[in-house]
Ligand binder design. Structure first.
Ligand code: GMT
Length: 379
């Protein structure tokens, strides 16, 4: 098949999922065209069957801001025509699915017998739970969902939220996030990485996110604060975003700065996960939580909240612990339980790897292939 993919190129789960899916489809012989503002952060170097088309929105003094969504629609229409795309897969209802919808109208307008692509939309979370819930965007998200030929959500939780908030006309299929366990595994030799991070024999906690309020960085820091009072530990903070500066102030004011490393945005997180003993992810409403699955693939147990998509793939007392939102006391108690019991940690770590294998990219890419085939055959 010839598949166009449009996604956010920035550091985050949806871009990672879209890019890894594109790469896996290309490996299986499909031709994949990324149509984006910038190359997605995990795309890497040239690879057979993958093409990248950059969308440039015009900067003109009369316009207050460039019309990216319109430029994207025009580019999708162009690529669909010249490359004869079977499917355009939009990751996020807005702007990608809306732009693809508009692209389709452009094609219908320009040539009535043009063979048009089918529109697949994957909902990742924020477009439903935050943006779509805002009245200014609600109608746009609903239209994008209803005009897509097929819609997937990354968890049962997100599917339920979509149905509750938008009452879509068609079915929403759940295809969960996935991980390539051939790339995400615990590296056996970590001495050099530990040296680079100036780690001694202490326990290592990790948090990876875009530091948005939903990630509750303050809960990460408070949990770690209690941990480091009891055991020798370092916290690796990977990523960047609006709450980072405040977090830097907090660790200084609370006297734990020497135990916390702000590493910024790092694409290859496997070496960091390989030296980690525990992931802290106390988010308030994660539609899936890809970073947790990637940590589990590297044998890192997780402390997460008991909400959103987490309970669908993380077993409480098996792969880590699911704790009520904001209960940092319980989070640190459970973290310490794991960090101070080697045998228990080993069992959890093994369970995590086994669980991550159930979400191997090979399995999930097949589900996407079946989904695309159905859309094309339904035409
Ligand atoms: O979590 C973020 O803020 C990034 C966001 C994105 O758009 O990249 O992640 C969303 O999509 C991921 C991939 O499907 C999910 O694993 C994340 O849980 C989801 N984030 C939220 O729901 C907050």
């Amino acid at each position: 098949m010839k598949i166009g993919i449009s996604c956010h190129h920035t550091y985050g789960g949806s871009g990672a999922v879209a890019t890894e899916l594109g790469k896996a489809l290309a490996d299986r012989g499909h031709i994949v065209h990324f149509i984006n503002r910038s190359a997605p952060f995990r795309l890497g170097t040239f690879s057979k069957n993958i093409f990248y088309h950059e969308v440039e929105a015009v900067h003109y003094p009369v316009f207050e801001c460039p019309f990216y969504s319109l430029a994207l629609a025009t580019k999708i229409a162009e690529v669909a025509t010249y490359e004869k795309l079977d499917v355009v897969h939009a990751h996020y209802a807005i702007p990608h699915a809306l732009s693809a919808m508009l692209a389709r109208q452009m094609l219908e307008e320009s040539c009535s017998d043009a063979r048009c692509f089918r529109l697949a939309t994957t909902l990742h979370g924020t477009d439903i739970t935050v943006v779509g819930a805002d009245s200014s965007m609600h109608g746009a998200v609903r239209l994008a969902i209803n005009k897509s030929d097929g819609v997937t959500a990354v968890s049962e939780f997100l599917k339920k939220e979509t149905v509750r908030l938008f009452d879509p006309r068609g079915e929403v299929e759940v295809i969960p996030n996935f991980v390539d366990t051939e790339l995400f595994y615990r590296l056996p030799h970590t001495r050099e990485i530990r040296e680079q991070l100036e780690l001694d024999s202490e326990k290592v906690c990790i948090h990876i996110s875009n530091f948005r309020p939903v990630k509750r960085i303050r809960d990460v820091l408070k949990t770690f604060y209690t941990i480091v009072q009891r055991v020798s530990a370092t916290l690796l903070l990977v990523g960047d975003g609006p709450e980072r500066s405040e977090a830097e102030v907090w660790v200084r004011e609370n006297g734990i700065a020497e135990h916390v490393r702000f590493l910024g945005k790092i694409d290859d997180i496997v070496p960091l996960l390989s030296v980690s003993d525990l992931m802290l992810m106390p988010s308030g409403g994660e539609s899936f939580g890809l970073a947790a699955l990637e940590a589990m693939a590297c044998g890192v147990p997780v402390i997460v909240t008991n909400m959103g998509g987490f309970p669908e793939f993380i077993g409480n007392g098996k792969h880590g612990f699911l704790v009520e939102l904001g209960n940092v006391g319980r989070m640190s108690e459970k973290a310490l339980e794991l960090l101070s019991d080697e045998k228990k940690w080993e069992t959890f770590s093994k369970n995590c790897v086994e669980q991550a294998h159930k979400y191997h990219v090979f399995r999930l890419v097949e589900q996407y292939e079946v989904f695309y085939t159905r859309l094309v055959e339904e035409e």
